[in-house]
Write a protein that binds this ligand. Structure first.
Ligand code: AMP
Length: 212
């Protein structure tokens, strides 16, 4: 399947994407993961993205489109993709539309995952992420078996740099200002599927019901 997962930070986009990859071999494409790897590796891309990421601001549309134009043409995208954290602005959504037209592809749906703000804040402050494979944990509801060690790959599990209270608050404001307008954009395109669900399994069920 070819989906965009839309939702505020902490809405569960990454968790839902990981569940969906197991259904039909679609790949999860997280621009946040791509950028974090680039920062960790100290590449040119990482250096350009680092400052904005740390404060919770968006990196430029140009940089993101450069990444996605390459990524969507890779072979593993043939069995479908789950776009997690992209697009995040109207210019990105428009550029994606042009790109998909060029490569002759169509999205199945844009899934808006709507989660109340208090739940989001609680999740983001208790979330922990593997710095190596990106696996997501939660100190309360889904801790690692060994403290700070990834169950899956043995990598170091820690709080992300942008999960300080200040950065979280900025990321939510940025979402409301720059990304929330995509809901109307995709509604007008006839692609929007809104799901009010607290559990990622329920979101997956709603997607399965819509797409099959
Ligand atoms: P995420 O893991 O999706 O929350 O992304 C982490 C950070 O990476 C964001 O706060 C932005 O600084 C940057 N980022 C990720 N995806 C995008 C995007 N599509 N457009 C602009 N910035 C992005």
């Amino acid at each position: 399947m070819k989906l965009i997962l839309l939702g505020a930070p902490g809405a569960g986009k990454g968790t839902v994407a990981k569940l969906l990859t197991k259904l039909d071999g679609s790949v999860q494409i997280s621009t946040g993961d791509i950028l974090r790897s680039a920062v960790a590796a100290g590449t040119q891309l990482g250096k350009q993205a680092e400052v904005a990421m740390k404060t919770g601001d968006l990196v430029s549309d140009e940089l993101i489109m450069g990444i996605m134009e390459e990524r969507l043409k890779e072979d593993d995208c043939k069995s479908g993709y789950l776009l997690d954290g992209f697009p995040r602005t109207i210019p990105q959504a428009k550029a994606l539309k042009t790109l998909l037209d060029q490569i002759g592809e169509k999205l199945d749906a844009v899934v808006e995952i709507d989660v109340p703000k208090d739940v989001i804040l609680d999740r983001l402050t208790t979330r922990r992420t593997c710095s190596k494979c990106g696996a997501i944990y939660n100190v309360k509801s889904n801790p690692t078996k060994i403290q700070d060690v990834c169950d899956k790959c043995g990598g170091a599990v820690a709080q992300r740099d942008d999960e300080t209270e200040e950065a979280i608050s900025n990321r939510l404001n940025v979402y409301n200002k720059q990304t929330a307008p995509l809901v109307d954009f995709y509604q007008a395109e006839g692609l929007l599927l809104s799901v009010d669900a607290l559990s990622s399994d329920a979101v997956v069920d709603a997607i399965k019901a819509k797409i099959n």
